[in-house]
Design a protein around this ligand. Structure first.
Ligand code: 5RP
Length: 226
């Protein structure tokens, strides 16, 4: 099997494991938070098997909302629900504390909002996402467009090397700076420092609200990390 199709199989495996994990939570009034990206897409396609056994979903992006609707799965505005029982989403990196880098798909702000509202956050990732120290994957930062240059200069002061993600506008109408060359040894402090820069909407560090459980796809099967 090629490396890409092997990685896709691991993504399928963790999506299946997540579906099994959340199935006992599915009741008539259950709202499921649904993430964004290729791993989340596998989960969405499998969640369709459970259609009708739960109330509906809140999506972390327009793309995921469209995919859910194509399956006939109800999608609610976050303001229309009281809470989210469980949120399932992928990640670009995870460390052993389940602190994450997310936002490779530019959906980080809505992902962080959905995670904040969820009783439980289940992260699904293939083994390539596992790292000891976050930062090899460039850290996405969503920025108000007029603040782009200012925020970039401030990110350089924090030790990073920001690169404008050309041609990408987020679902919220903003732009993305990807910050390269960061060794993030203190994720909580770094998340707060970046969020304190005026003009930043949010950054892709999920450290203040890490995942609660990680389903990690490896050649030896799906490992559960809590
Ligand atoms: C999107 C995300 C995704 O969860 C992250 O990029 C992982 O994507 P994939 O499952 O395609 O590897 O944060 O903003």
């Amino acid at each position: 099997m090629s490396q890409a199709s092997n990685q896709d199989q691991l993504k399928r495996d963790v999506a299946r494991a997540a579906l099994e994990y959340i199935t006992p939570m599915l009741e008539a009034d259950t709202i499921v938070g649904v993430g964004t990206g290729s791993t989340a897409n596998f989960f969405i396609d499998m969640l369709a098997e459970k259609k009708g056994l739960f109330d509906g979903t809140v999506a972390s992006s327009e793309a995921s909302a469209e995919r859910l609707k194509r399956h006939g799965i109800p999608v609610y505005d976050l303001n229309a629900v009281d809470g989210i029982r469980v949120y399932v989403d992928g990640a670009d990196e995870t460390n052993p504390l389940l602190e994450l880098i997310k936002g490779g798909g530019a959906a980080l702000t809505r992902e962080k909002i959905v995670a904040a509202c969820s009783d439980e956050f289940v992260c699904i990732a293939d083994g390539s996402k596992w790292v000891e120290v976050l930062g090899n994957f460039p850290l996405p930062v969503e920025v108000i467009p007029m603040a782009r240059s200012y925020v970039a200069r401030e990110l350089v002061k924090l030790g990073g090397d920001p690169v404008y993600r050309d041609g990408v506008t987020t679902d919220n109408g903003n732009v993305i700076l990807d910050v390269h060359n960061m060794q993030i040894s203190k994720p909580i402090e770094m998340e707060e420092a970046i969020n304190n820069i005026t003009g930043v909407v949010t950054n892709g560090l999920f450290a203040n609200r890490p995942a609660d459980i990680l389903l990690l796809g490896t050649a030896d099967g799906v490992k559960t990390v809590k």
